[in-house]
Design a protein around this ligand. Sequence first.
Ligand SMILES: Nc1nc2c(ncn2[C@@H]2O[C@H](COP(=O)(O)OP(=O)(O)OP(=O)(O)O)[C@@H](O)[C@H]2O)c(=O)[nH]1
Length: 346
Amino acid sequence: MTNPIILQPLPVTLLTGFLGSGKTTLINHLLENNRNEKIIIIENEFGQINLDSDLLNAHCDIQIVEMTNGCICCTVQGELTNALHKLHAQRIAGELTFDRLIIETTGLADPAPIIQTFFIDDLIRETIKLDAIITLVDAQHILQHLNEHRVALSQIGFADRIIVTKTDCISEQQKNEIISRINKINNKAAIIVAINGQIPKSQWIDIHSFDLNDDLIINKGFLVINPLKKIETNFKILPLQNQTQSWTDNICSYLFEAGELDLKKIGSFMENLVEQYGNDMLRYKGVLAIKDNPQRLIVQGVHKVVGFDYGSSWQDPSEKISRLVVISRILPFDDLNQEFLKTIAS
Ligand SMILES: Nc1nc2c(ncn2[C@@H]2O[C@H](COP(=O)(O)OP(=O)(O)OP(=O)(O)O)[C@@H](O)[C@H]2O)c(=O)[nH]1
């Protein structure tokens, strides 16, 4: 009898960004500088013609799976699920060996249905580990994209990390304005500057954004890397102070904060929040302190798909603090915050 093959969950990076923002350029840079890893790339193109697979470096050790069935919102979940199941079957059968998967979405895609695929499907949840959502932003055109295409806003809102490209085509002042605008839309993601995709792999691969760990890092600083210099982590992670909303653009970051909560009450608060506003909530992540429970309760969600899990124990019970960050289209924050505060344990 042969032993069943036990495989580690496959790390997956989801690469998004508006048309022409530099996704293929970034992947090519990775492939050229990372030849000892086998990478599978799933391309999701809008329309029937997929040019990107031709643009990728054919001589590198990659496999490309194309999904060319245009309408991303209705078909992508099914198509992506099928593609991932097929890859898993080939991996299990030993027909394909690879170390990681990168999914490059069409520039016109709202990442929501793609991300949801990773939460919804049982086999995918068990065999794949979503590492991070990386959004590329074309510094030259982003202001126009934001004005004209809601999807550009959504792509920034969903990001765990944002890579600003083409800063070589604009002035220093314009670059700073753009970084500041992006930071107002999503102040959770670190922002990195890359010219022609030239950043080290460690800046966008193996970020572990979806790990259910206890760190709720709220980043208000910028991580700006000059590709020509040695990487310095001149990286400020500052606690979000009392500011709970950023009002430029209609996607905001909200912070709900309190001490120990009542499990039942916070459960129904979350249920109502997601039921009522799930369509507007791009991403949310929280570390909650529950009364009479030594462990942290971790909550993560994308729109109406939400997951709860217990994390590690609080070291010092007197420091138990609950934080929930929501990146969303505009919410009636004051009313919701009143409801949130009612979940504080008595
Ligand atoms: N000047 C400059 N050009 C860049 C930079 N990054 C990418 N480009 C160029 O921008 C164009 C589009 O880059 P791609 O990598 O094809 O962009 P993409 O996001 O894959 O494009 P789509 O698949 O059409 O959405 C190419 O001509 C790249 O050479 C950069 O940092 N600076």
